[in-house]
Design a protein around this ligand. Structure first.
Ligand SMILES: *Cc1c(COP(=O)(O)O)cnc(C)c1O
Length: 345
């Protein structure tokens, strides 16, 4: 087989969700935007629904429509981008709950879908999505009089427990939502780890379920195994790949592996990351190509037939560090060419 295999462990995912759930007294939702952080929103959400999750979050209504088809009626599907122009039919047909982000969205929603449930997203300092304090103050009474299901906000710095913006946003959220009688939600994965004062009624973890930082206790959910196309011997002084960016300084064996930057293995990994043959690390040699990686396998006793780039020896965050990015970007970049092999749940 010419493509890599992305192994997805749904039992580990459910285990991570339960572990995050056990860290708070609040209800625990699940964020499955960007196709479940690249792992398949429908399969992820079905596994979590079977484990008891009742509220799911997506970025846009189009994702919500796909999720509704997978989950059927019942679970609440919340849309972070709210009620945008052109969303009305999707929100209605698939019973999606928009998180209204502005007075304009609130006006659109009440005009076009009266009686249809909604939430409100508040801006408490991130300045990305959500109603400003003045919009909320002016519109609050009318919004609370309708079918309001959730009031939420998002922390900008929750992955850094010492950042002063955490407490500032908590204070702002607490002040803005004083007297609100519907469920309130502030914490994603990082906020869950900040402790009880951040939990309110509902938490919204994403990355921690998928095995990523800042949830250090997470079980790895993915293993990515890539087949070796061929192995060759190089003499001292020979070079490898585009721009001849690697030069053999010893008699060297190079394995050419089937996957490249078109599959989400970022070009920034060139000459900087490792693959694994069981417990033995094998460094990338030269540049990442579109469809191929070249790997120094000189230290292996036998030529390998496949090498792992994600797995127990190299987490998404470790690979992300090698590429100068974050685990979120590694996961959501994993390309469509891999064969998805799903285990568990
Ligand atoms: C992506 C997102 C989450 C989930 O964040 P994680 O850091 O992945 O846990 C929660 N809430 C909002 C508004 C988001 O955009």
């Amino acid at each position: 087989m010419g493509t890599g295999t992305l192994h997805i462990d749904l039992d580990a995912l459910v285990c991570n969700w339960r572990a995050l759930d056990a860290m708070s007294a609040a209800e625990t939702g699940a964020v499955v935007k960007a196709d479940g952080y690249g792992l398949g929103a429908s399969r992820v959400a079905k596994a979590l629904a079977a484990a008891g999750a009742r509220r799911f979050f997506v970025a846009v209504a189009e994702e919500g429509a796909i999720l509704r088809a997978a989950l059927g009626p019942g679970p609440e599907i919340n849309v972070f981008s709210g009620h945008m122009e052109g969303d009305t039919a999707l929100l209605h047909a698939h019973a999606l709950t928009p998180m209204l982000n502005s007075a304009a969205q609130a006006a659109r929603h009440t005009a076009l879908l009266p009686g249809h449930p909604y939430g409100v997203q508040l801006d408490t300092g991130m300045n990305r999505l959500g109603m400003e304090p003045a919009d909320w103050a002016a519109g609050r009474a009318a919004l609370e009089a309708g079918p309001l299901s959730l009031v939420m906000s998002h922390l900008a710095c929750a992955d850094d427990p010492d950042h002063p913006q955490n407490a500032a946003q908590l204070a702002q959220f607490t002040a803005m939502t004083a007297g609100v009688t519907v469920p309130r939600s502030l914490a994603a994965t990082g906020g869950i780890l900040l402790g009880g004062s951040y939990h309110f009624d509902l938490t919204r973890p994403g990355i921690g379920m998928y095995g990523g930082d800042p949830f250090a206790a997470a079980r790895p959910v993915v293993r990515l195994s890539l087949p070796v196309v061929q192995v060759r011997a190089l003499s001292v002084g020979e070079t490898v790949g585009y721009a001849a960016a690697f030069t053999a300084t010893r008699p060297t064996r190079i394995a050419t592996v089937s996957a490249g930057y078109a599959d989400g293995l970022l070009r920034a990994l060139s000459n900087g990351a490792q693959m694994w043959a069981g417990d033995t690390p094998c460094p990338l040699a030269g540049r990442v190509s579109m469809d191929l990686l070249t790997v120094d396998v000189t230290d292996l006793p036998d030529p390998p037939t496949a090498l792992d780039i994600l797995g127990p020896r190299q987490t998404v965050d470790q690979l992300a560090t090698a590429a100068g990015t974050i685990g979120y970007e590694i996961l959501t970049s994993l390309g469509p060419r891999y064969a998805r092999q799903v285990a568990g749940a």
